[in-house]
Design a protein around this ligand. Sequence first.
Ligand code: 13P
Ligand code: 13P
Ligand code: MG
Ligand code: MG
Length: 367
Amino acid sequence: MKITLSVIKADVGSIGGHAVPGKKLVQAIEDHIKNEGSRLLSDFKIFHTGDDTAILMAHTKGKDNSDIHKLAWDAFVAGTKIAKEQGLYGAGQDLLKDAFSGNVRGMGPASCEMEFEERPAEPFILFACDKTDPGAFNYPLFRGFADPFHNAGILLSGDIARGFEFTVMDVNYTQGDRIITLNVPEDYYDLAVLLRDPEHYVIESVSSRASGSQAVAVSTSRLHNIAGKYTGKDDPVALVRSQKDFPSTGEILSPYATAHYVAGGDRGSHNVALMPVKLGEIISYFDGPAIITAAGLCVHNGKFTEPVDLFEQPFWDTIREKASQKTFAIREQGFFGVAMASMEELEYTGVVERIKELDKKFIIRSK
Ligand code: 13P
Ligand code: 13P
Ligand code: MG
Ligand code: MG
């Protein structure tokens, strides 16, 4: 059976600052999908990560289907109504347009979708991040798919050794989708050169070269490029299919043990360590740290199993501690040097405007 998985995620209001969506808000989103989606969807699940709510949908309508996208958009409009009623912070934050037109891409919400022939057993992971951007997935996807230190299947299993095809997007280009496709192992170093700059070049998808099947879809929207001004970090989602042709679930999770540094945290303008957390976790210290959740599911005939919380397992307590230590280590130097995001990543205009004013006061000293 050919199915499509669609994840559409937005922040339409949160309690206590940019911390967590309210229960009533999440319920309003769920009720909308339940009531209006029965004709369109074979199944759905709702998750939240920090202040963002993700709608996971299974259907047979293919990618970029306007009915599916409108269903999610209207659910977020229903959530916004509750956010306004309750005085939540940032009500409707990620709904950048007044009216829906065709597709949520470019309208604020993050989305990623995959259409594929269901395998007899179809395990997959829904990752969702808060307080960071889509480039946060560059490091763990590169290592989880292309590096035998994590993907031991490259050495131990036949088909995986044929490698993977990575599609990478230049997210600074705003006129359209500027992409490049590179194959590992032969293009490994070229891929590394691009992925080392996660604010510019972002993995959009990964496919198996043995079967041609797509393994990964990442939301590659850039809210601040779309809106031309600060509207919050892009807070990405990714779908990753696992096992058989693809790395195992554990291999895909393995690189998150680095708690790598990403752009995010307070005002979307600092570099902090990415902390793997439990589903539904809130945001706290320094509007962060940047967090990631991982829901493991199987889908069969378009129906989901119950999700398992892959970062709930005790191993990740140590990594949470490590992410706290790494975040604190860089926070100790405040806004100096690499602690604050690069000039082009600053999501508030204050620094740039102040420098413009100060620039007028600079003088060239006469000899
Ligand atoms: P199977 O042999 O059951 O596919 O599992 C492989 C695996 O997950 C190794 O980590
Ligand atoms: P969100 O993008 O998650 O709303 O966070 C905004 C922010 O800058 C918090 O400091
Ligand atoms: Mg917010
Ligand atoms: Mg958010």
